[in-house]
Design a protein around this ligand. Sequence first.
Ligand code: KG4
Ligand code: ZN
Length: 334
Amino acid sequence: MTNTYILGIESSCDETSVSIVRNGYDEIATVVLSQMDTHANYGGVVPEIASRMHVESITIVIEECLKKAHMTMDEIDAIAVTYGPGLIGCLLIGTTFASTLSYIYNKPLIPVHHIAGHIYANNIGKQLKFPLIALVVSGGHTELVFMKEDYSFKIIGGTLDDAVGEAYDKVARVLNLPYPGGPLVDKLSYEGIDTYSLPLPLDDNSYNFSFSGIKSAVINTSHNLKQRGEELNKANMACSFQNRVVEILTKKTLRALKEYDVHNLIVAGGVAANSGLRDSLKEMCIKNNIELSIPEIKYCTDNATMIAAAGYYAKKIGKQADIDLKAKANDELN
Ligand code: KG4
Ligand code: ZN
């Protein structure tokens, strides 16, 4: 078999990343430059600052990645880039850079949806088994996706309001934790006990999610306690919040697996790093004879390895973009 080397570029939020992946699963080299420390000073990602930082670092990151891989652009077969969804100014840096490289070196340009990238993080070092259900949990998405085969995505449910990572980050702010708060709420939850009676979010027969209600319940409880001059027990609140969120994610995922008669579950996105969710899904999968795949933590958050991996399969089904590839802040998974 001839090898196919895909160079992936990811710049949709606050990580500038470039990676080279062989045949869709074999990581050759990856560089991730995170801007997290800068944005932490502002309590969240500042889009204008993020775009500027991508401009400053993208050339260096590409050179560094090629150097790490001991490869030249001539040995690359195609360039895959996140075209959306994400912060438009940030996406534009990646797509413009990728289009330019594709033009100069005469390489095919492969557009990759960011969530397809997160899903294919589960293909790094191994290969997806079909049919599968993907639980996508990130700062911008919460979706259940059915996949019959490579690069075929059927969204069976999604959030009606906040994404789960977004809810974590907002609850973290109420608990006075610095940005990004998701991992800190996760950690804190293990120091507390589940004492606050928060609602189980959107506990219905659909595959949709809603996290704005539970987020408001956390805010209201905190305000009410303050008015009464009582202290909020932050660890207990983190524990109650995490328990409820993990419970509903696990419950709806199990129902989807049963209804679609699927025995492979993959988890994708930044919140796949959540310890409570990982443990709960592991337990549920053992009980129900489901094979579970969760990426290593470094592949859960934004990185270009997953984009290069997804790019390989996108290319296989004929996805290719012209030099004028448009970045899209919002776009359906396809
Ligand atoms: O996938 P990602 O890196 O970026 C998006 O595409 O959105 O996800 C980032 C999100 C943030 O909201 C962050 O707080 C959350 O993932 N996150 C976590 C954990 N690690 C990252 N949320 C809960 N528990 C964690 N351990
Ligand atoms: Zn992401």
